[in-house]
Design a protein around this ligand. Sequence first.
Ligand code: SF4
Length: 215
Amino acid sequence: MARAGRPENVTPAHGAGGEPALADRIRACRICSDRFAATATAHAPRPVVWFRPGARLLIAGQAPGARVHASGRPFTDPSGDRLRDWLGIGEDVFYDLSRVAVVPMAFCFPGYDDRKADLPPPPVCARTWHGQVMAELGEAPLVVLVGGHAHRWHLGTRAGVTETVAGWRAHAPWVFPLPHPSWRNTAWLKRNPWFAAELLPALRVRVQEVLDGAG
Ligand code: SF4
């Protein structure tokens, strides 16, 4: 499954054969340079890599937003605050690479569309990296899928987000599909009270189980 990002001293700089380790190769990736240069922000790629084999909880997300692009750490924004609340963990646990990996469907901020919404993750990123990262990570006992792009890749579904999340019991306790925690989904959360009443309590129990080493 997924992880990325090096708080400097956690991922070996080189693989066994002297090749740069996967995380370092992702950090050096500039495949989307031209694509990003053509957006309104005209930014350069900055892959946010945050994973280490052995993590107990894999968060498969969408793509960094502008704040994460600036910070270089995943979910350092209001979406991250909401996601940590959903998971029932604080920043100390969330950013503990030995326990939590964050692997989005694209490692870089994609830029904005005309309505100032984040562009979708460029598909070339998942095609290039996601399978390799999943192979390096191995099976995490709990995978949390954040948003429709992650649902489609990891579950192979073509169903919409509401249908997929409503069917969470078919994947629990190993996988929990969630909507994206963006403020843009606040109305969705109000329309679907079962999410907070039923899914989130089950998710928090499972998060504590896997972080405690059970399950
Ligand atoms: S989004 Fe992915 S493929 Fe594109 S430059 Fe960043 S790491 Fe490379």
